[in-house]
Design a protein around this ligand. Structure first.
Ligand SMILES: NC(=O)c1ccc[n+]([C@@H]2O[C@H](COP(=O)([O-])OP(=O)(O)OC[C@H]3O[C@@H](n4cnc5c(N)ncnc54)[C@H](OP(=O)(O)O)[C@@H]3O)[C@@H](O)[C@H]2O)c1
Length: 245
């Protein structure tokens, strides 16, 4: 069936990825945090009773590694229980509905890099742990996609410096949104990595939008443990070129 004919809900639609997805799915329902708080199961049930949702694209999450470490209760409520709430309500209202969960390369240990869909996760921090536990909730459904990726919004780098010794197969948020459209138009199910075709450092990524950004290394950093090599490979899906502008 054509995606245009299906009722799609995007959570987290004000976020970096959510706002790009909104542009791809003009007809989608895109409630903001206040209109649909994923920690409030009753409200989610009311929402789903009013609208028969065919596809949920779930991007809502606490995404700052530092905030997740400092506010574990909020992170658990949002990333783990919040995902569980939306999954459970979809199961009750439309068990055949599709759930697209946006997960992260950070669920891996970051030592070896180029992780595939079948690689074994080993999260390094609370953010990554919460995202991995969210994945487990999604697996209760029969019709799901767990999209693992790493991306940034195409805008000025938000810090004066960027790591020269942390790596990823980065994309911009709009590239990931295009990838999600592609995967949804296929008959793919399960875990799919949407990744760039080039492994690069965070510094290289930052320079694409902010040429004067300065270099730093992990030795200059203090804070929660970070995933060092977030590069992803895919044994299931094509790779994407990061868009230049
Ligand atoms: N950015 C990355 O590098 C990256 C990489 C891989 C995967 N991901 C995953 O991709 C998804 C999107 O990431 P992003 O960078 O676009 O995130 P983001 O810019 O931080 O946006 C997060 C969104 O979630 C919403 N939100 C937070 N708590 C909520 C709640 N209780 N109920 C409803 N909405 C809530 C936020 O709304 P308010 O701002 O109004 O609270 C915002 O719209 C996340 O699941 C993230 O884990 C991100």
């Amino acid at each position: 069936m054509d995606l245009e004919d299906l009722k799609i809900l995007i959570t987290g639609s004000s976020g970096a990825l959510g706002s790009e997805l909104k542009k791809k799915f003009h007809h989608a329902l895109t409630p903001n945090h206040n209109e649909l708080d994923v920690t409030d199961k009753e409200k989610i049930m009311d929402f789903f009773k009013k609208e028969k949702i065919d596809i949920v694209i779930h991007t809502a999450a606490i995404t700052s590694v530092r905030k997740c470490e400092e506010e574990k209760e909020l992170t658990w409520k949002t990333n783990v229980d919040g995902t569980k709430n939306v999954v459970d309500v979809l199961l009750q209202t439309n068990p055949d509905g599709k759930f697209v969960y946006v997960s992260t390369a950070c669920i891996f240990d970051g030592n070896a890099g180029m992780y595939k869909e079948s690689s074994i996760p080993y999260p390094e921090n609370f953010y990554a742990l919460s995202k991995l536990l969210g994945e487990q909730e999604v697996k209760k459904l029969s019709n799901y996609l767990i999209i693992r990726t790493n991306f940034t919004a195409r805008k000025k780098w938000p810090f004066p410096k960027a790591f020269s010794d942390r790596f990823g197969t980065y994309l911009f948020a709009e590239d990931v949104a295009n990838g999600i459209v592609d995967v949804l138009n296929s008959d793919m199910n399960g875990i799919v990595h949407i990744v760039g075709d080039k492994k690069m450092s965070m510094l290289e990524l930052a320079k694409m939008t902010t040429p004067d950004v300065k270099s730093m290394t992990i030795n200059d950093y203090s804070g929660p443990k970070l995933t060092i090599d977030m590069s992803l490979d895919s044994e299931k899906w094509k790779k994407y070129k990061i868009t230049k502008n």
